[in-house]
Design a protein around this ligand. Sequence first.
Ligand code: URA
Length: 200
Amino acid sequence: MQSARETAAACADLAALEAALADFDGCALKDTALNLCFADGSPEAEIMLIGEAPGAEEDRRGKPFVGPSGRLLDKMLGSIGLARGEVWITNIIFWRPPGNRAPTSAETAVCQPFLERQIELLRPRLIVFLGGAAARALLGLEEGVTRLRGRRLAYPLADGGTVPALVTFHPAYLLRQPAQKRLAWRDLLTIRRFLQSSSR
Ligand code: URA
């Protein structure tokens, strides 16, 4: 059987990657999930948002961030003039963990080559990590979201290039802690400034 990394590397575009993931049997979460939850948005997007794992509504509809957190995310993007169809939204995990438990490190590791290949194929100008878990998984960092927010990070590409990256609060956290929306607004303004300051 091909490894996740070999399977992902063989995909020449995002549609092929989604099809390969749908056929991939190396993640046990697939057995309990209703649907693969690959990504949503535009393959031409300049900005890529990476969350953690699909919840119940995402699992039913096979799309990331379409439940309560997704509705808040849509409003956050809208506040800086971005529509869901103009960005690329995905997660570090592509199937819902049963009962919304936190993904294990083994589940994260097996999904990671597919996420890394998504980044290579999309080549966004900016990656926004929604919550600390995604940034920790992809950048090998250890700090929590509060320490990671506000920092200029860089995601290393296999060809030696980098993609600028930043971390903001996960929308589910903001639903529980609305007072933190003030800081999330600062992050949104940073994103807007970044997009305005450099165009492809
Ligand atoms: N939370 C996430 O991290 N991702 C989703 O798709 C939905 C909720």
